[in-house]
Design a protein around this ligand. Sequence first.
Ligand SMILES: Nc1ncnc2c1ncn2[C@@H]1O[C@H](COP(=O)(O)OP(=O)(O)OP(=O)(O)O)[C@@H](O)[C@H]1O
Length: 569
Amino acid sequence: MYSFKKLLNEIKKYKREFILAQIIALIATIISIPIPLLMPLLIDEVLLHKPGLWTKTISAVFGNCSAFCYVLVTLFVVVFLRSAFIALNVAQTYFFEKITKDITYKIRIRVLEHLKRLSLNEYENLKTGDIASRLISDVNTVEEFLIKSVSKFVISALTLIGVAVVLLLINWKLGLFILLLNPFVVVLSGKIARKVKKYKREQNKAISIFQEALIETLELFEQIKAYNKENFFFKKLIGLSKELKQKSFEFSYKSEAFSRASFLIFLIGFEVFRAAGILAVAYDTLSIGLMLAVFGYLWFMMSPMQEIINIQYAYFGAKAALERINEVLELQKEPIFPHKKDPFSQNVTIEVKNLSFKYKESDWILKNANATIKPNTITALIGASGGGKTTFAKLISGFFVPNDGDILYNGASFKEIGLDKIRQNVALILQETRLFNDTLRFNLTLGKNFDEQEIWEALRLAELKDTVEKWPEKLDTYVGKNGVKLSGGQKQRVAIARALLHKPKIVILDESTSALDIETEDKVFKNIEPFLKSRTSIIIAHRAETISKAEEILMVKDKKIVTLSPKTS
Ligand SMILES: Nc1ncnc2c1ncn2[C@@H]1O[C@H](COP(=O)(O)OP(=O)(O)OP(=O)(O)O)[C@@H](O)[C@H]1O
């Protein structure tokens, strides 16, 4: 979980850069002070012939000077100071940006690491647009706070303390007044700034909802067109962007209004202070000259005070954003089981013992189910639609953790093998094949090295070789988003060829030839029969022709697995 304490600890890791950047910022601030003063000084000291400290200093260094010489030296000094100021600003930005970008990068990595290990049960309920928005907008909100606080807080606080000390020295009563006023303003403005959190949270939530709906609409664009529902879905998107506009407006307007209100408190204090200064002159405890100096220093306080108020507002925005980031980190992770046993060196017998499973928000799908699936045999899994066949296949494939009971692979429990290891050895081919927007080659190999000949052999067995040979780019043909350039049946055969290539110990074909005509399906099954019979193979199907290819039949019925003999099916 992320907290401000954790962010502070992160900043501490950059102690060296942080201190260096603060020193640079301090020097830049000091350099900036005389810049506006030097040229105007020449008006009095040169044009009006009233030599002062600046012209005297120039004369001391360069000897007696003409007006041209004074102007030239001053111009040179001012240009030098301005250049140094800009260079120091760039250097300071480099360090501050590096620190904050590094920290926000780490936050994103942490969230991504968490998502990588997300339980699939949790993943099925995930809203991708929402997660994307938290990773982008909310992390950006935290970054805004970090950059403001890291770059401005120390300098602003130091300036305020410095000015307060000088004022204490000039007049202790006025100094004390300002010393008490500043914390009072900070506390009061903090109370107002707290309200901003709610609006920031609502704004970022509106971004999430809009993004989620936009992604879904674009993903399902074809279906939307097919049902002539563009108006409905785009009207919904327009409604959501209106909501987003409203929430963003509320946040920006209110946070600006609140921060102005906070500053007003300071300004009121400022005016009371000035009145007190004039009274101090009236009652002879302060000279007019010192009063003017005090007023001058007060101006000096304005900008750091405004910065501190801004940091407070960014803090409450970041607080809301951190809460939303933490909600992602709270999503359930897949348990890590130790790799104590590896039963996959030989063909696998799967034993399911008292297996119970339900989805996050569902009823029991399987309850105390028992079954044995033999190796070197093709087993069919049948049952009513929605009965739990795919769920059972996913459990065997190591996608989900059972709520109760055990799944044994050659006698070893999934808890002793590890879900990742199980998934490495199982190919689960689902009815709807989702392909990567990449080449056919990548979709077959998934980045692993295979001989060209092996790939073509897998395509031949999947009855796809003739088709691919006709494509000009052959294996390097891009399949398009989700494989749109391929037909349903071609996509299914790509998935089968992929499984053939990767030679898993367990193969599950879940309606994975449903889009093929019976003749092609027959050919594919004939081709891959030796492959299926040389490992543990399960076919999930409704078609009698497909089921007839199995030697054993299991049926999902009333949350249990019943063994049928092929003849009774
Ligand atoms: N992620 C999920 N969250 C909640 N319920 C789910 C989820 N996935 C599936 N279900 C429910 O689990 C039950 C079993 O679904 P499953 O896909 O395993 O059935 P099936 O036997 O494979 O169906 P079909 O033959 O139609 O493919 C269904 O009632 C389904 O609604």
